[in-house]
Design a protein around this ligand. Sequence first.
Ligand SMILES: [Zn+2]
Length: 431
Amino acid sequence: MPKKKTAADTAETSGTTKTAEPAKPTITKTVKFHIHASKEQGNDFCALTSAYAEACEYVSGYVFDHEFILNANTLQGFLYQTVRERYGLKSQMAVSVLKTVVSKYKTVETQLASKPYKYIATEDGKDVTKYIPRTLKWLQEPIHFKRPQADLVHGRDYSFVDNGTALSLNTLGKRTRVAFDVPECFKGYFDGTWKFGTGKLVKLLGEWYFHIPATKEIDEAAAKPSHIVGLDRGLRFLVTAYDDTCKTTFFKGSDIMRKRQAFADTRAELQAKGTRSAKRALKRISGRENRWMSDVNHQISKTLVQSYGKGTLFVLEDLAGVSFAEENLSRSRKGRRELRSWPFYQFDQFLKYKALEAGSSVINVPAAYTSQRCPLCGRIHKENRDHKQHEYLCDGCGYRSNDDRIGAMNLYDLGIMYASGNKEPGLRLRK
Ligand SMILES: [Zn+2]
């Protein structure tokens, strides 16, 4: 399926949090059920999800035309009745529409803020790089909600019935009951320790699915971490780990990147062909590549979490900021794009999930200067890094090291700052 690039598409990741504070250790897993809808139920679901999407479109247009009111309560005062009457939604779902739209706008707002507009100005005869922060006002049109789907609140719009073997769902008309395939891993979710969040009803390739986030509180990781590990992500090494025994571990990325390139070449070839069989092959290949890349991420995150054990604090750079950190402007365009691609985000998610399960934690810290600072004397000097030789040589104290290690060492230092009470650690240029 060709993916259209719209603001709504880029907002798909709204569930992730980027706070540096692992305040309340909970773990969330989204469980996807394939549901057995009869033809009639399928029609009901079509009507519901279309009405829901149209209501979101309407509210989105309103938000766009009214100075971006991003408060669901305020919007409720203006729009609740109209949304209920015009789209025939039940009370809770009308409220969900408002919340869904507000949360997408907030996600897009964050994304825009992290991508300031860059231009070159001339000051006193010199070229200076300037940035203008982007706000929602930069949007040219409302965020679209074209895909038919509906959000159903647990306890109100959906519940498990028949000992967890069937779902009872609200539609525009009568409530309806459907059986679903119970994923093997899901069987343990009814032990009372999991809370079910707002579910999403979606249609994929002609079949109906219901996605439910399940959240569980887990044991508070030890207040003082027993290990701190800085993790630098890159292209030559997917991950470089630096720990409190001064040990550096490299997870080689070049083989993986070569394989991704091979996949990309095959894809381009098939795309150029454009025949129907080429299109089918294309679909197969992209699925295979995704599964294989996910597997790599699973393996690396699992190895890290298992080898360091309980109570480890893993420190990662915040990928949202990576593309704008001054230091990264020197990377190639392709390199920067790779760093923002989904495998890197997925690694974050896998590591967070596995770490929490193992009683460890993960924090994200700003990426700024992590590859320019000398971990020995603290001097920040861009020219100390030689990209071609992959070497870092401090012009202040003479410290010399592999440049991939420098990033991990600085992230480790930020982890130390965090563990000693600075909840927003970051590197700053000192004059
Ligand atoms: Zn130094």
